[in-house]
Design a protein around this ligand. Structure first.
Ligand code: ZN
Length: 510
């Protein structure tokens, strides 16, 4: 067998025999006894003896010398206690920790046994994704040629080599390839992933994809005219070519366009570094702000999933709004009166509220053309407000406009998220969240942000986007996802949310 360096999509296998010499360590996800999940036949009694001997095996990963498995190394990866409040994330975490423990032990060819559990219909998919998370190699390591210290991974299910299990694995591989792109972009440092470099990375990544068309807008005059609020945010960075704003459009069209029954339009916030601008972030709060491009990263990742899995019923238009919120002699500052693409005047009040500006004009453009497409649904995906994190911790805040609320879209997305281990909270945009954004000075249409507002900052940001995007009255479905708490902060790897939830809800995976 090949012993070259690990290459994600070439080194993932279905394995029917957990004594195979192709592997040198076996990981078993261990459920609590009360779940009555059958243990693998040949090692069942071995494990039963261990669990009688030491209850601790249900609390932390342990490694056992076992003659009945590959490499004679058996790693038990427990889910821990599962209460009715727990969800499928227990499986993901067990798989991730189990694989990490195996690599720590020196295993280079891990085989993961993924038992099916009726409580978690997508549990096998989720456990594979957890395993892949443990194997992820950040882009800077890959580019420096620092090879992963492992060769392959196999997955084993008791139901053996069925078509259904192979389908789960191929879905997991496609989703992970998509999440790698999102993690690479979101997690890349602000120089590696400057607007220019992200555009290059995206072009390269999609180069051989037949159903995808990429357009990179980098002409300054064009951006100033078509995306004036994005251009304002970028002003202090525009003297440096690699930090100049870019708008990258990625369009997925299935081979038979006549079968399309839904059009998704995604706008991602891609602030490659957020200093806060003239309203600079102080007291060390700037660290980690290279993750402010996680929304754009997720949009690129979702398009990749579509490009691989080729949903016949979807057309997808994605915009990555890439810019850098720098501070400098040409910084945009509070009190400036800008004119958005929609023609509305917007008074700058805090340059650190740049994310809504970065996306505003792309959002408006999409809302203008939405009804020319079949069943459109617009999303914004953004690390937008610290308030989303303060409100919901590490969960996505999902907010519908009036048209999306009619079908409870955010709730459906929450359900999908629960199936694939992405936590989503439904948050509601109220009338005051719209009203608070109305300009106060004579002739002002909108305020960037009401600095006197004491609460509801993530909802009022959605209110701003609804207003500036022309989505207040228009009959177009729109859902805003604030991923500020959910995107993952250093030193953790980016989470790549909400790619899985979107793929589940919109049937990119079947
Ligand atoms: Zn900011």
């Amino acid at each position: 067998m090949a012993q070259g360096p690990y290459k994600f999509d070439e080194n993932v296998f279905v394995e029917t025999n957990y004594q195979s010499t192709e592997y040198d360590g076996v990981i078993l996800i261990l459920y609590p006894d009360e779940k009555n999940i059958p243990l693998p036949r040949n090692i069942g009694s071995f494990i039963t003896e261990i669990t009688k001997l030491d209850k601790h095996v249900h609390k932390a990963c342990t490694l056992w010398n076992c003659d009945y498995v590959s490499g004679r190394r058996l790693i038990l990866a427990p889910t821990g206690t599962i209460t009715p409040y727990h969800d499928v994330r227990v499986v993901k975490e067990a798989a991730k920790k189990g694989v990490a423990r195996a690599l720590d032990a020196g295993v280079k060819k891990p085989l993961l046994i993924v038992p099916a559990c009726v409580d978690y219909p997508d549990g096998q998919l989720v456990s594979m994704l957890g395993a892949f998370e443990a194997l992820y190699q950040p882009l800077h390591l890959v580019e420096r040629g620092i090879a992963a210290n492992f060769y392959r991974i196999g997955f084993h299910a008791e139901e053996k080599n069925t078509d259904a299990f192979k389908k789960v694995i191929s879905n997991a591989i496609a989703l992970e390839r998509s999440r790698i792109i999102a993690r690479d972009i979101a997690g890349g440092d602000p120089e590696r992933m400057s607007p220019k470099n992200i555009a290059e990375y995206v072009k390269k990544t999609f180069a051989s994809d037949r159903n995808v068309v990429i357009t990179v807008h980098d002409n300054e005059k064009y951006i100033a005219k078509e995306f004036p609020l994005l251009a304002a945010v970028s002003r202090a960075a525009s003297c440096i070519d690699r930090h100049k704003p870019r708008v990258v459009q990625i369009v997925y069209t299935p081979s038979d366009e006549a079968r399309v029954n839904e059009t998704l339009m995604l706008v991602g916030k891609g602030v490659t570094y957020d200093t806060g601008g003239a309203d600079i972030k102080i007291s060390g709060r700037m660290a980690g702000m290279s993750r402010d491009k996680s929304g754009a990263a997720a949009v690129a990742g979702f398009l990749k999933a579509c490009s691989i899995l080729k949903p016949p019923h979807l057309k997808v238009i994605g915009y990555l709004c890439l810019c850098r919120n720098s501070i400098g002699e040409d910084s945009y500052v509070a009190d400036e009166l800008l004119v958005s693409k929609s023609g509305k005047t917007v008074r700058v009040t805090n340059t650190d509220a740049e994310g809504r500006f970065a996306m505003a004009d792309a959002l408006f453009k999409l809302s203008e053309i939405a009804n020319n497409h079949i069943h459109p649904h617009i999303y914004t995906i953004a690390t937008l407000t610290g308030h989303a994190r303060a409100s919901y911790g590490n969960y996505v805040a999902a907010m519908d406009n009036h048209a999306a609320k009619v079908t409870n879209h955010a709730s459906k997305l929450q359900f999908s998220g629960a199936r694939v281990a992405e936590g989503i909270e439904v948050s509601v945009v109220r009338p005051e969240d719209l009203a608070v954004n109305v300009g106060k000075c004579k002739g002002d249409d909108l305020l960037q942000v009401d600095m006197d507002a004491k609460a509801r900052h993530h909802q009022l940001a959605a209110g701003f986007l609804i207003k500036v995007g022309g989505l207040e009255d228009r009959n177009v479905k729109y859902t805003h996802l604030d991923i500020a708490g959910a995107a993952g902060s250093p030193p953790d790897e980016p989470t790549a949310v909400p790619i899985l939830s979107l793929c589940h809800l919109h049937k990119v995976i079947v």
